[in-house]
Ligand binder design. Sequence first.
Ligand SMILES: Nc1ncnc2c1ncn2[C@@H]1O[C@H](COP(=O)(O)OP(=O)(O)OP(=O)(O)O)[C@@H](O)[C@H]1O
Ligand SMILES: [Mg+2]
Length: 246
Amino acid sequence: MSGNKIILEVKKLSKVYDKEVLNIEHLSFHKGKIYGIIGPSGAGKSTFLRLVNLLESPTKGYIYFKGEKIFLNDHTAALARRDMTMVFQKPLLFHTSVAENIAYGLKARRFPKEKIKARVEALLEKVGLKEFAGRHAATLSGGEAQRVALARAVAFEPALLLLDEPTANLDPTNVQLIEQLILELNKDTEMTIIIVTHNIFQARRVAREVVFLHEGHIVEAGETKKIFTSPEDPRTKAFVEGRMVY
Ligand SMILES: Nc1ncnc2c1ncn2[C@@H]1O[C@H](COP(=O)(O)OP(=O)(O)OP(=O)(O)O)[C@@H](O)[C@H]1O
Ligand SMILES: [Mg+2]
């Protein structure tokens, strides 16, 4: 049982570009759960992940990771980066072999050689790319590349994994493989996972809790089943029924 430990919490979080695109009064994420963030295009989903992952600073408000306030420009960023990681819609791989890609984070963290070898092998097996260890990353298909990106991201078993539309460009087979991986990782390691997705069916399949964002605000958040079967807000209802244009 993962208990009720809060791993991530945001308070009065706001991001202003030309106008305010995100404004979240309060939101917390518990250890070991999978969360889905859904909402129409432009709702602020990616902005939220970028702030949490310290790719950008909030205009106002605070982010707490494992109980500590974290900021982009001080030592807390290094602490956060040690234990959280993000995978993007378009897989970003290094120009080297598949195995080197997966080993990257482990090397950076100075894992012993033998351990790196074993971990890379286990991950290759897990993502169904055992024969691909020596292949150059540039030669992979989109789905294979995304599986490698995921394997690389989780190699050091981060406490928090952020996924921004990780399957948006993929075929159904790769979508299924990646969803399976997400569920297994969560089950085996109690990794907390936040997945941003346009795809309400995907949120329904993998997330235990769902946050529905609209125009930068949380319209509704709660257990996936409740959000999909008895939403309280008419906008949530419209979105989960596919009636809201996005
Ligand atoms: N660097 C930026 N400068 C100005 N506006 C930005 C910037 N980044 C994002 N925005 C705006 O902020 C709003 C939220 O964008 P965001 O990318 O978070 O939406 P999203 O929910 O991820 O949408 P999508 O589902 O299309 O990926 C949008 O209106 C977007 O145009
Ligand atoms: Mg986005």
